[in-house]
Design a protein around this ligand. Structure first.
Ligand code: ADP
Length: 653
């Protein structure tokens, strides 16, 4: 209990003893009318009110209780608590009058005019007794309380501020003795402290609630990435922060807003995915322009307000922008039945909330996009896989179908070559040789197609045997000797002879080095050099391996193609400038050589890759292809086919 009240009580007690004495000689005090009815009972009342005001933290509970208590115990006609609001108005927070009288509504507002009694109470902070209100024009008469004849306006003071007033009205013109005024002012002071405490408590509670809600929302929304759930969760969580009757989350799509979640709508079906056109100057546009929440106290008073006819009319509306990356992506729209329901504070709370909600919405929509994108990718991947399979099937069928007639042609050509018309005629012989060259080129391509389809279908059969790569490379060099001479290219080997024997399929490895060296020939200008080097290394997983590199002084390969050239049919140049020469400079080919080489090397548990600074047909930076093969076959499937023990040391050639 504060000092003022103690003093009030002391004063009142002293006075009360006297009245108490007088009262004993008279009948029960007439209610409401004179100070004589201030008795010990009133002092107890003031102490009870003091106790209650210090205990109650909710204004909603405290104010009606206090006004009722004061009115009943003192026998006043009306007791009300008005609080000052922005714009110098007083708003009725609680009011009590006899049962038969309908009290003025909570929220009733009175202007505070400077020269009126209300103005004076608010500026001077002193009680104003009005002994005969009928005579005072500036007195705030209320139609609900027509019997008011006298009144006491008691300021609710906080330091030097007047935060509101206690409005006491009596039914008869009367004067208010100073002791009564002191007593009521004491109560009012106590009430003011209690109101401030309750306000602080409410603010603190709201803040805590908001902080808790925001935290909860943060973690719940962060955990939920489902675009179908997030907007609904936003509305549910929001209700804990700012009460509303109808709420919706709307996202902007072009010049429309779509309701993606709603709560409190009468017919749920009709509101789902409802689209509302955005019009010039409508509330959404205004909100975007203001870049902050806006609200309408009473939509029925707002020009051009448009409302869906199947929605019950709610008079208060608030729109809060959903902003991410400085862009308004939509809004949260809230309504309440009564007018003037939303406050600045509500707007601030919803705005803090909307920040989190917008991020969650964006995350969810990004996530949704990723999911959609993934689904599309998966579809595309399946399509590609299907196409790839179709291609593999085509290669296999075409190769098989071409091989048979080709064998027939080859056979007849060989027969033709023995005929006297050819043997004895140099010109015919030359013509037939060209035909035979073409046939063997065709044969080579068809074999490549068969190889690649075996790799694709994983039907490559491997016959592992002790293999000396020196021999393999010598065979390739022998095969390509003419081509090297024609193109004036030097083929040099370094350290290949020193390579250990490995477990491998020498026929397949022959193909690997055949393709690598023929490529080196094709992509190196005349007069260039091809160097084949060997060395022992630890390959993948520290496996003892051999490494053979084929380096040329050719046109080189841009890094972006280093991986892709190992795909079948991939060529760095244009297919249209393709020439089918086997060893001509930049002669091109079907684009199968490296795919076959990689398939074979990987089937051996090895690795193949290329290094080259880039493609340059002026300076010829060259390319180096590397092949690493494990000394012992890594693939157990093929290891079964191993034939005998590995020879040790260098073989005799
Ligand atoms: P192709 O039948 O076209 O030679 P490959 O699979 O053997 O098919 O090679 C694929 C592509 O890789 C070639 O078209 C060529 O562009 C490039 N390439 C291969 N080897 C070399 C090399 N040594 N120098 C430059 N480019 C090369």
């Amino acid at each position: 209990m504060n000092l003022t009240l103690w003093i009030s009580l002391l004063v009142a007690t002293a006075a009360g003893a006297y009245w108490f004495g007088r009262r004993s000689r008279s009948a029960a005090p007439p209610p409401d009318e004179t100070f004589e009815h201030i008795t010990l009972e009133h002092l107890q009342l003031s102490s009870e009110i003091a106790r209650q005001v210090s205990a109650m933290l909710s204004l909603d509970g405290l104010l009606p209780y206090v006004v009722r208590l004061i009115r009943e115990r003192f026998g006043f006609y009306f007791v009300g608590v008005w609080m000052r609001e922005e714009g110098d108005v007083l708003a009725l927070q609680a009011g009590g009058c006899p049962q038969e009288v309908r009290p003025p509504q909570k929220g009733t507002r009175l202007p505070v005019e400077a020269d009126s009694p209300l103005g004076r109470v608010c500026t001077q902070g002193e009680c104003i007794p009005l002994d005969d209100t009928v005579k005072i024009l500036a007195y705030p008469h209320l139609p609900e309380l027509p019997d008011t004849r006298s009144a006491l306006l008691v300021p609710l003071r906080m330091g030097t501020d007047v935060i509101g007033l206690l409005d006491i009205r009596c039914k008869r013109a009367r004067s208010f003795p100073s002791v009564e005024i002191t007593l009521l002012q004491g109560l009012a002071d106590q009430l003011a402290v209690a109101i401030r405490n309750a306000q602080l408590y409410q603010t603190e509670q709201k803040r805590r609630q908001l902080a808790e809600s925001l935290q909860k929302i943060g973690s719940e929304l962060a955990g939920s990435l489902d675009m179908r759930q997030v907007p609904q969760q936003i509305l549910e969580q929001l209700a804990a922060v700012v009460p509303y009757e109808r709420g919706s989350v709307l996202l902007q799509y072009g010049d429309e807003l779509e309701i993606i979640a709603q709560s409190g709508f009468p017919d749920d079906q009709r509101a789902i995915n409802l689209r509302v056109p955005i019009r010039e100057g409508d509330v959404f546009k205004q909100m975007v322009a203001a870049n902050r929440p806006i609200w309408v106290d009473d939509v029925t008073q707002s020009d051009g307000w448009q409302q869906l006819d199947w929605l019950p009319l709610n008079r208060s509306w608030m729109g809060v922008p959903l902003i991410t990356k400085n862009r308004v992506i939509g809004m949260i729209s809230l309504t309440r039945k009564e007018a003037g329901a939303f406050t600045e504070e509500d707007a601030a709370l919803v705005l803090a909330f909307a920040g989190q909600a917008a991020v969650a919405l964006e995350n969810a929509s990004l996530y949704d996009e990723i999911i959609r994108f993934n689904a599309e990718l998966e579809k595309a991947y399946h399509n590609l896989a299907r196409l790839d399979q179709a291609k593999a099937d085509f290669i296999e069928v075409a190769a098989h179908e071409l091989r048979t007639p080709l064998t027939v042609i080859k056979g007849y050509t060989q027969v033709l070559a023995t005929r006297p018309a050819v043997v004895g005629d140099g010109e015919n012989q030359a013509l037939l040789n060209s035909v035979m060259d073409g046939i063997s080129r065709l044969h080579e391509i068809i074999n490549s197609m068969l190889d690649v389809s075996k790799i694709d279908n994983q039907t490559l059969s491997m016959h592992l045997e002790p293999t000396w790569l020196h021999m393999v490379i010598r065979r390739v060099a022998g095969e390509l000797k003419t081509a090297l001479e024609e193109r004036n290219l030097a083929l040099e080997t370094q350290n290949v002879r020193q390579l250990p024997w490995i477990q491998a399929d020498s026929e397949l490895l022959y193909k690997v080095f055949y393709h690598l060296i023929i490529n080196a020939i094709k992509y190196t200008p005349d007069g260039g050099r091809i160097t084949v080097r060997g060395r022992k290394v630890l390959g993948q997983g520290e496996t003892p391996s051999v490494e053979v590199s084929v380096q040329d002084t050719g046109i080189g390969i841009d890094p972006e193609h280093h991986e892709l050239i190992f795909e079948k049919f991939y060529q760095t140049g244009k297919v249209s400038v393709h020439s089918s020469g086997r060893t001509k400079f930049k002669g091109g080919g079907p684009g199968l050589g490296l795919a076959i080489a990689r398939g074979i090397v990987e089937a051996h548990g090895g690795r193949i890759w290329v290094e080259s600074p880039g493609h340059d047909e002026e300076h010829f930076p060259g390319s180096t292809f590397y092949v690493q093969l494990p000394v012992k076959a890594a693939n157990p499937q093929y290891a079964l086919a191993e034939t005998g023990a590995m020879p040790v040391g260098e073989p005799q050639m």
